[in-house]
Design a binder for this molecule. Structure first.
Ligand SMILES: NC(=O)C1=CN([C@@H]2O[C@H](COP(=O)(O)OP(=O)(O)OC[C@H]3O[C@@H](n4cnc5c(N)ncnc54)[C@H](OP(=O)(O)O)[C@@H]3O)[C@@H](O)[C@H]2O)C=CC1
Ligand SMILES: [Cu+2]
Length: 619
């Protein structure tokens, strides 16, 4: 539906008059909607506005008639089921049994189940499957349950435009997809009913599913550090006979010592899985082995963890700004001043303390700025405007700089306190000493991964190199394809970008049984030996062709391709590819040019050509 259409008020309040279904609307299906509730009304309004003829089926059509736009027909359920080509079931699933008598009217039709559960259903049967079992002659499609009645009314300008669907009949899904598009939504086919319906029904019931673990981790860290600080800063002074003036610290001071520790550890948790993944790839020598499930999930939650860390850091900044505003701070300052006067100290300036504070604050502000950049870049609208390199630079480069700055900020805060005995209250080291090891370990691992020997190896692995195996520039090389006389084979014409890593045996040792199928015909022992030697020389030349230092010119690739196909498949037997298949045509022509040449001669030609190319292109 055009955007302008979306802006039209959808539920015509009355005087709009019937919207005639003229010639252009003739082909559109009649849509039946069973049920007259909120969803039914919003959907009907939207369908009518998009030019569909809608028949609403209700148990009491007269009562609900005024609630629907006048273009819609409101009738009995049987009537709506009979008239509609595509029927929406806008009832709660517990009322599906009341539709039992509609089996005949709904036979052969597309039934759209829009229902949601009341609680997450993790193993039972989905409502859509129950509906499909009730109406085995209808084609049930699950969908629209992730769209609210509100979104249907206001149009997809608000929120997500996607409508997730699933179903077993491809035609039924196609019909629902067409309708979706006509309503201005974007259909997304997620698969079959048995595989996806339950998941779709659970989707609207889940509360921020990707945030659960990051939020719980952040809260758990907060609880741990808060308790730790409570023991050290509140209980310990009371335990050693203080004057009962420690509980005041609980709302602000203790929270403000807790927040930076949580922020720092959370931020380290964002970059730790990347280091673990790199270490795994290095030790396995391949990027093609799956990570353990927990690492995969951890990698997938980095953004949420980062945002939790940012929230803690930002809150810590606000708390810190407010510290001097507190009464307790003023009283403490006055008391200090009085003590100083009494002691006759005129100037309390301590150079070291001044520098510690200046540096600590400055680095902290920088860390917060970098974190803000990261947070902004993780917004979908901003992330979408960055290319992959820019995104990686921000998330990786700026993120690690933020982690480094935050760690330095914490270390500057600690200064030399780690070495003061009086800092170990209740035998517990200062909080910063508990918070700092993980970020330091992550930063150290990144430095290690940046060392040329490791960085080079990792870069190779990430470009497809595998330990004990070699990279080859090829597409379909399976022996079966070599034997068949089709236009497949080594894709010498593929662009360098299309090259991909496929494991093969070590260079120089041809794979066993490489082209045996096409060449195994010689009867005598000597002949067999000669053929084998010839074949091996050819196979060696094929292997060599993949490790030439430079990519041969298109003409030379054509020569190689033609000789190769003639060697392995004989004369060309296929039709010349169509006008638009430029690469296919070139390949075909190159093969055709060798027509009539025997396989042995073609192999000789190939071996000679490779010898020449080794000098020409380097080897
Ligand atoms: N509202 C929303 O935003 C969304 C709703 N949905 C789904 O759409 C479906 C309908 O929701 P909604 O429109 O909000 O619900 P409503 O309660 O507003 O409407 C349900 C309709 O079901 C019919 N009904 C009520 N009681 C019975 C009964 N005992 N036996 C038979 N039919 C009955 C009534 O129609 P009548 O009296 O005319 O027969 C009623 O209007 C639900 O499955 C819901 O999960 C999905 C996504 C969003
Ligand atoms: Cu701080």
């Amino acid at each position: 539906m055009p955007r302008e259409e979306m802006k039209r008020p959808l539920i015509a309040g009355g005087g709009a008059g019937p919207r005639p279904l003229e010639a252009s609307d003739q082909g559109t299906p009649v849509v039946g909607v069973l049920g007259s509730g909120d969803f039914s009304r919003s959907l009907t309004g939207r369908l009518v506005a998009s030019g569909y003829r809608v028949v609403v089926g209700s148990r009491s059509p007269k009562r609900c008639l005024p609630l629907f736009p006048e273009e819609a027909e409101v009738t009995s359920q049987v009537e709506a089921a009979s008239q509609g080509d595509l029927v929406f079931v806008a009832l709660f699933p517990e009322h599906y049994s009341t539709l039992a008598g509609l089996g005949e009217a709904l036979a052969g039709k597309v039934l759209v189940d829009v229902s949601n559960g009341v609680q997450v259903n993790l193993g039972g049967t989905s409502h859509a499957e129950r509906l499909a079992a009730m109406f085995p002659e209808s084609h049930v499609v699950k969908g629209f349950n992730t769209v609210s009645a509100w979104a249907l009314q206001t149009g997809s300008r608000d929120g997500n435009r996607q409508v997730l669907l699933c179903g077993d009949s491809a035609e039924a899904k196609a019909a629902v997809c067409r309708l979706c598009r006509a309503l201005g939504f974007v259909p997304v086919d997620t698969g079959l009913l048995a595989a996806r319906a339950l998941e779709l029904e659970n989707l609207p019931l889940r509360l921020f599913p990707s945030w659960r673990v990051p939020l719980i981790s952040t809260l758990a860290l907060f609880a741990f550090f808060y308790l730790y600080n409570f023991l050290r800063d509140v209980l310990q002074p009371l335990a050693v006979g203080g004057r009962g003036r420690a509980f005041y610290k609980m709302p602000v001071e203790t929270v403000n010592v807790t927040l930076p520790a949580v922020a720092l550890v959370t931020l380290a948790l964002v970059y730790a899985p990347g280091s673990l993944a790199a270490a795994l790839q290095l030790s396995r020598g391949t990027k093609y082995a799956r990570f353990p499930g927990w690492l995969d999930r951890w990698l997938g939650r980095r953004k949420q963890l980062g945002l939790c860390g940012f929230a803690c850091a930002a809150t810590h900044a606000v708390y810190s700004l407010c510290l001097p505003m507190r009464r307790s701070a003023r009283y403490k300052m006055l008391n200090e001043a009085f003590k100083q006067v009494k002691a006759g100290v005129e100037d309390s300036w301590q150079e070291e303390e001044v520098w510690r504070m200046e540096l600590y604050l400055s680095v902290g502000i920088m860390a917060l700025c970098l974190l803000s950049l990261l947070a902004v870049a993780s917004l979908p609208s901003v992330a979408d405007s960055l290319n992959w390199r820019e995104f990686t630079f921000v998330q990786s480069g700026v993120g690690l700089a933020a982690l480094a700055a935050a760690t330095l900020h914490t270390l500057l805060f600690g200064w030399d306190r780690a070495f003061h005995r009086d800092q170990y209250r209740l035998c517990l080291p200062p909080t910063f000493m508990v918070a700092v090891p993980l970020p330091l370990a992550v930063l150290a691992s990144r430095v290690a991964l940046g060392l040329p020997c490791l960085a080079r190896r990792l870069a190779r692995i990430r470009r497809g190199w595998e330990k004990n195996r070699h990279l080859r520039f090829t597409l379909d090389w399976s022996p079966r394809k070599m034997v068949s006389a089709k236009t497949e084979g080594p894709d010498y014409f593929s662009s360098p970008g299309a090259m991909r890593a496929v494991p093969v045996g070590p260079v120089g040792r041809p794979n066993r049984g490489f082209i045996t199928g096409s060449l195994a015909a010689a009867p005598g022992e000597e002949e067999i030996q000669a053929t084998r030697r010839h074949t091996e020389a050819f196979e060696k030349a094929v292997e060599d062709s993949k490790v030439l230092l430079k990519r041969p010119s298109t003409e030379d690739l054509g020569v190689l391709y033609g000789l190769y196909k003639q060697s392995t498949a004989g004369d060309v037997t296929t039709e010349r590819p169509g006008v638009l298949d430029f690469v296919g045509k070139k390949k075909w022509d190159a093969w055709k040019a060798r027509e009539g040449v025997s396989k042995q001669e073609a192999m000789d030609g190939y071996i000679k050509a490779i010898e020449g190319f080794k000098t020409k292109y380097g080897f």
